[in-house]
Every structure is written in structure tokens, then in C-alpha cells.
Design a protein around this ligand. Structure first.
Ligand code: PLP
Length: 422
């Protein structure tokens, strides 16, 4: 069996040395744990990533020292909590290169961000006979909200096809942007295939036809530099928990002019300027979309996660993860009977595969006994499974704290699964 050292050439090895993965791993306490008596190899990062101490400690410090509600109290704790929460918003604004911090709405995650747009902007924009365009590689959370909207409005959901490598068929995508298209909702990076879509070009093509675009960045924000001004998308959504931050917090970016014109998503405290029984005047952005007490600790943790990721640098992260992906693709793809699903030319660190004659759930169970955490199933993308004519797949998804050693462990686990189940 070849190992990392055998496969990596001189240049790659040099880069690995420059990327201090072992030092970085020490920032993630969970990674040192054993599972079933084996060292943990955590390769389920597309589902959720592990948290660095900086994030854990920021949340803890908030609860130990500054816990209070925001935007309401005049007392010291409330002011500190408000400052911390709003600082996190500014960090996210800079992280996405948004023009203004009021364009950053804290939500529960990508799913809520998309639902917010569907039930406010979507409800206003889409009418009977109109169309919403998505792609064949969407996560359920970028399918179902649009289906609900289309059903309610008598509109039609159109789906841009992909090729066998898992890449968008661009001409078909362009063709499907019709005079009836009211919105294109597109995944930036596929959670199953790893495909990095040419979203800049896709946004441009949509704008040529005056179609606004929402990008689902759940799998992009943790792995590549996102610049919403350069992308020029109308909306961008991502989840904190996949970006090494806490669960239950995420972000919707929207262009200020659009957000301003949109009706509110939920009614309640904080989203109002004044209320009488006759009439409510809504608050300004971003508060208009943040009804009720938000996940304050979560937003603070997300701010710490953004700082942490910036400290390593997304360019360094993308380069190192690219190395890991190339290595993993060679090692896993080289095992007889293994077929990799998703072979796009532009790919992020996702290796989904099927093994001839063995159900992915059984593979996952054997790997689990070896201390390897992978995902098995349809990955919340059932239409994509159908497109590839498979019921399910096993997915190893990478983060910058993974190592070639863990990929070797995965490959050994796959061989063992084949021996036991094949
Ligand atoms: N979109 C994509 C591409 C995803 O991979 C996921 C989660 O795996 C989501 C949306 C939904 O994210 P969340 O469950 O954090 O809302």
C-alpha cells in the first residue's frame, strides 16, 4: 500500500511542511479522542466540522462573564453582549467582503437563510406561471423551500442538468434562464460531489436576463475565499457549524436595496421600531430580519471561528485541502471495486464513493469500528442519487486538520470492509 510519503512529490511535501497541520490539530480538543479504542479519524466535515478552542472559549466566556440580552438593556452586561454580537457581524461582513454590515443577517443556518428568502423575496417576486431555477446537485434545503413556494404560487421549478463528472451543463443552464425565471438558487460547492460551480459566470448569465441569484455557500465558505461583491450575487447563505463555529447560527447576506424592500420574515421583538394595535413600523436592517432573541452566544462563537479561519488563511486552507483531496482521490479511487462519485475538474475536499456489491451503510459501520467517521446515505440530495443511479454513497469530507495518515487509515478501512462484506 502506498503512503503519503510515497505519493507526494517534493513540491507537495514542502507545502505540507509549511502547513502546520499537527500544530493546528492541537487547537481542536475533540480530535485527540479515541473511538471504539482507535484514534479518531474525523472525515465527516461536510456534515459538521469540529470546533477550535478559540470558539469553545469565546462561547464559554460569554456565558461566564457577559451573558445578557442584546440591543435592549442599558446595563453594562447588555452593552458588552451587544458589542460582541455586533462585532461578530462586522467580522462576517469582512469575511464575505460585503459592502455593509447591515447586509449580514444572523439566522439559524443555511436552511433558514434559504427559507427566509423563499418566503419573503420569493413570495413577492414569484407568481403564477413563473419559474425558479435550481441545479441537479442541490441539497434538499435548496430544493424544498422552492417547491413549497412554487406550489403555493402555481409556479414551476426548473432544474439545470449536470454531466457524468458532476459538472453543470452550462449551455443548458443558460437555456433554462427564461423570461419567466424570477430567481436562480444555486449551490456554490456540492456537498456530495465536491463540485465547485462556476458561480461568477452563472451569476453573470442570470444577470444578463435580469434574474437575481441566491448562492448556497454551506460547503464553500469553509473552504474557499468568498467575495460577495465580486460574485455580485443577490443573496449568499452559509452555516456557522460547517465553518468551525457553533451549531444553530448561520448567515444570510443580501444586497441592502433588496433586503430593504423585502417584507419581514418573522414578527416579534427587536424587528420593530414601533408597534400599535393598528400598525407596526419595522426596524431598519439588519434587525428587521432578526425577530426575537437571537443565538447570541452562537454569533459570538461564529465571530471567533471567522478569526480562527482568517488566522490560517483561506488560500492556505484551499491549497492544503487540495493536496489532501488529490491524495485521497488517488488512494481511495485506486482500490479495486471503488467508484468515486463526482469527478469535476474544479473540486473541493469531498470524496463520495460506492463499492461494488456492498451497501454504503455497511461500509460506514465497518469504518466506524475503525474509529473513522464518514457519512453514508443520500446526503440530503436524493435527486442527485437518482441522477447517478445509486441508492446511497459513502462520503469522506475533508477539513484543514485532516492528514494523509487519516486518508491511509480510511483506505485500510475500506479494504477491511471489502474483505468482510465483499
Ligand atoms: N446546503 C448544502 C450544500 C449543505 O451541504 C447543507 C448541509 O449539509 C445545507 C445546505 C444545510 O445546512 P444546515 O443544515 O446547516 O442548514
Amino acid at each position: 500500500m502506498s503512503t503519503a510519503r510515497d505519493v507526494l512529490n517534493g513540491v507537495d511535501r514542502e507545502r505540507s511542511i509549511r502547513f502546520p497541520v499537527e500544530k493546528i490539530r492541537q487547537d481542536f480538543p475533540l480530535l485527540a479522542n479515541a473511538v471504539h479504542g482507535k484514534p479518531l479519524a474525523y472525515l465527516d466535515n461536510a456534515a459538521t466540522s469540529q470546533k477550535p478552542l478559540a470558539v469553545i472559549e469565546a462561547e464559554e466566556l460569554f456565558y461566564r462573564r457577559d451573558c445578557s440580552n442584546i440591543h435592549r438593556g442599558v446595563h453594562e452586561l447588555s452593552e458588552r453582549a451587544t458589542r460582541w454580537y455586533e462585532d461578530a457581524r462586522t467580522k462576517v461582513q469582512q469575511f464575505l467582503n460585503a459592502r455593509e454590515s447591515r447586509e449580514i443577517i444572523f439566522v439559524r443556518g443555511t436552511t433558514e437563510a434559504i427559507n427566509l428568502v423563499a418566503s419573503t423575496f420569493g413570495r413577492k417576486q414569484v407568481g403564477a406561471g413563473d419559474e425558479v431555477l435550481i441545479t441537479a446537485m442541490e441539497h434538499h434545503s435548496n430544493i424544498v423551500p422552492w417547491q413549497i413556494l412554487c406550489e403555493e404560487k402555481g409556479a414551476r421549478l426548473r432544474v439545470a442538468p449536470i454531466n457524468d463528472r458532476g459538472e453543470i451543463v452550462f449551455e443548458e443552464y443558460e437555456r433554462l434562464l427564461s423570461p419567466r425565471t424570477r430567481l436562480a438558487a444555486l449551490v456554490h460547492v456540492s456537498n456530495v460531489l465536491g463540485t465547485i460551480n462556476p458561480v461568477r459566470e452563472m451569476v453573470e448569465a442570470a444577470h444578463r436576463r435580469n434574474v437575481p441569484v441566491l448562492l448556497d455557500g454551506a460547503q464553500a465558505a469553509p473552504h474557499l475565499k468568498v467575495d460577495v461583491q465580486a460574485l455580485d450575487c443577490e443573496f449568499y447563505a452559509f452555516s456557522g457549524h460547517k465553518l468551525y463555529g457553533p451549531t444553530g447560527v448561520g448567515v444570510l447576506y443580501g444586497k441592502a436595496g433588496l433586503l430593504d424592500a423585502m417584507p419581514p420574515y418573522q414578527g416579534g421583538g427587536d424587528m420593530i421600531r414601533s408597534v400599535t394595535f393598528e400598525k407596526t413600523i419595522y426596524n431598519t436592517l439588519p434587525y428587521k430580519f432578526e425577530a426575537g432573541t437571537p443565538n447570541i452566544a452562537g454569533a459570538i462563537g461564529l465571530g471567533a471561528a471567522v478569526d480562527y479561519v482568517n488566522g490560517i488563511g483561506l488560500d492556505n486552507i484551499a491549497a492544503y485541502e487540495g493536496e489532501l483531496l488529490a491524495y485521497g482521490t488517488r488512494v481511495v479511487g485506486g482500490i479495486s471495486g471503488v467508484r468515486i462519485i463526482g469527478t469535476a475538474r474544479e473540486k473541493a475536499g469531498v470524496i463520495s464513493f460506492v463499492i461494488e456489491g456492498i451497501h454504503p451503510h455497511d461500509v460506514g459501520t465497518v469504518l466506524d469500528q475503525e474509529g473513522i467517521a464518514v457519512r453514508t446515505g443520500h446526503h440530503c440530495a436524493q435527486p442527485l442519487m437518482e441522477r447517478f443511479k445509486i441508492p446511497a454513497a459513502t462520503r469522506a469530507s475533508l477539513a484543514f486538520y485532516n492528514t494523509t495518515r487519516e486518508i491511509d487509515v480510511l483506505a485500510a478501512g475500506i479494504r477491511k470492509a471489502k474483505e468482510l462484506l465483499g
